[in-house]
Design a protein around this ligand. Structure first.
Ligand SMILES: [Zn+2]
Length: 326
């Protein structure tokens, strides 16, 4: 039996899957991303998660056709290195993650950008299947983006697709990236939480942090935002409305430039809030669309939490399905 592995390396968790030739998930494992020990500790965690997923699938790691890894930071796929993965602890320099995994697991390892592989997965196997060109928008702690043009990923010189850092307000709010007025400055869950804390300091009321304490969490997760919205919390609605407007403005500008067929909304918040919010994003895009009579489809990602790991597994040569007939 032919099987391959996929790993999504995130800032808080490592998700590993084992997939068969028909792209069915045979086994999976999830472990926390190490908070200390630097890149080698992260590589060890990836190896451990992959072994666990293989065990769950009932296959030997060494028998896999290969494994793919979706990583943040600057990925050099040819060299198998990751540079400056800022949201991973102690990963300021360059680390040969591919060779390290290959040594540890005894199978070829292939690296790709985390957001791009999640976009490719939706394009090949998820909500993007009917389309040849699309924009993936991953609305979570940050706002990530990926582009597929004529059935091929477009990453420019390596940094393309950064929808989260498209500017929607000149000299606007400071973004976690340090620049001003980016989509992520208004729509990233991290930026929204910082904004909510500031508003509370200024004397505004919200139930967001009460719900967070009730749930024993230390951050405003997507589930907490959803609950606050259901309860009609005014601050939650205000901040989410602002986020929707920022995403819609940024996406509409991207559509005016690229005119892709579809926009796939994923990420923790995007998946949690679902199609009603994707519909709202489309409505708020309309005033900014140059061709407003022919908007793209705006759909929620279908592969959910496993999309990143499934997409990573498509990096293994021969794994990707051939695109729908052109
Ligand atoms: Zn930014």
């Amino acid at each position: 039996m032919s099987a391959r592995g996929g790993i999504d390396l995130g800032g808080t968790k490592v998700q590993a899957v084992v997939i068969d030739a028909q792209h069915q998930v045979l086994g999976q494992a999830r472990v926390p991303t190490p908070t200390e020990g630097g890149p080698q500790a992260v590589a060890d965690a990836l190896g451990g998660a992959m072994r666990e997923a293989a065990e769950a699938a009932g296959v030997e790691v060494g028998s896999l056709d290969g494994i793919g890894v979706g990583s943040p930071g600057g990925v050099d796929a040819g060299a198998g290195t990751v540079r400056g993965a800022g949201n991973l602890p102690g990963w300021a320099g360059t680390f040969a993650l591919g060779p390290a995994l290959q040594d540890a697991l005894g199978v070829p390892a292939h690296l790709g950008n985390d957001v791009q592989v999640a976009t490719d997965a939706e394009a090949a196997l998820g909500a993007g299947r009917p389309f040849h060109s699309l924009l993936g928008v991953f609305w979570g702690t940050g706002v990530g983006g990926g582009i597929v043009l004529d059935d091929r990923p477009w990453i420019g010189r390596g940094a393309g697709g950064e929808l989260g850092h498209v500017v929607v307000k000149e000299d606007g709010r400071v973004c976690p990236c340090g620049r001003k007025g980016c989509v992520e400055a208004y729509a990233g869950r991290g930026a929204m939480e910082a904004r909510a804390r500031k508003l509370v300091e200024e004397g505004r009321h919200t139930d967001l942090f009460k719900i967070m304490e009730e749930r024993g969490r230390t951050r405003l997760t997507s589930g907490i935002w959803e609950r606050a919205l259901e309860h009609g919390d005014p601050m939650a609605h205000e901040l989410i409305d602002r986020a929707v407007a920022a995403i819609a403005t940024g996406v509409a500008s991207a559509i005016n430039l690229l005119d892709v067929e579809a926009v796939i909304i994923g990420g923790g918040l995007g998946i949690r809030l679902g199609q009603p919010y994707a519909d709202r994003i489309l409505e708020e895009m309309r005033p900014h669309l140059f061709r407003d009579d022919r908007p793209p489809a705006v759909l929620v990602a279908e592969l959910g939490d496993l999309g990143g790991a499934i997409g990573a597994s498509l990096l293994v040569p021969g794994a990707a399905p051939t695109p729908a007939t052109a």
